[in-house]
Design a protein around this ligand. Sequence first.
Ligand code: GUN
Length: 280
Amino acid sequence: MATIIDGKKISLEVKAELKEKVDKLKEKNVMPCLAVILAGNNPASQIYVKNKITSCEEVGIKSLAFTFGEDVSEKQLIELIETLNADKTVDGILVQLPLPKGINEEAVCSHISDSKDVDGFSPYNVGGLVLGRDSFESCTPKGCMRLIKSTGIDICGKRAVVVGRSNIVGKPMAMMLLKENATVTICHSKTENLAEITKEADILIAAVGKAKMIKADMVKNGAVVIDVGMNRTNDGLCGDVDFENVKDVAAFITPVPGGVGPMTIAMLMSNTIKSAEKRL
Ligand code: GUN
């Protein structure tokens, strides 16, 4: 039976470390500040934004929330972003995705200053990750790295397989593992013989958005399995990994919920503080 990686507990440890950093910033009269923009009525987005604001309060970051209806225009969003870009007291700007139908997300988000893009989604920050620079890193894969490191395994030289190639998770995840000298393979919906490849993984990351698709016979004995999936099914919330069976094969595994999820927000706090530290 695998050791369960407790993302909730680790996120609390991270937030406690971050609170100390915030206290030091405040001693120097820097008040870290995150602006969160929510447009439309997506219920999941509303919960995510609420959780982000609560986390800001927990670590002592000031949060500014801007909410718009479904009928918001690109122009309104862009004008707000430009105002926040120019505001020296704002360290991070986050536009919660998805935006309402008809709004071009890329056109809107491209206005966020690279130096305030605490989601790490901009071409500049993604490029910085690829080039190994100290840029803002996408929060979910950054949180996964912290969970992998919490197991104490040495990533260097290990075989890592990432299932999923999204811009927000799969691609940056692969780059972060490469940065730590893993041998990385990215698999996706067109991959042939997927199980053969996943079975070679010392570190397996599932980020596809398909409930319980990673079965026990696809996992190497003693692997570290990180489940980024968050699928709503008739049986409730579940990940991309068939947890009940994979836990008997893996050495370490993240649960859903309580694994990767809480880490994403902790890393958003970390990026916001990193941005605020540049004010010193
Ligand atoms: N929607 C779902 N996940 C995310 C995220 O990490 N950041 C933003 N901005 N929107 C999201």
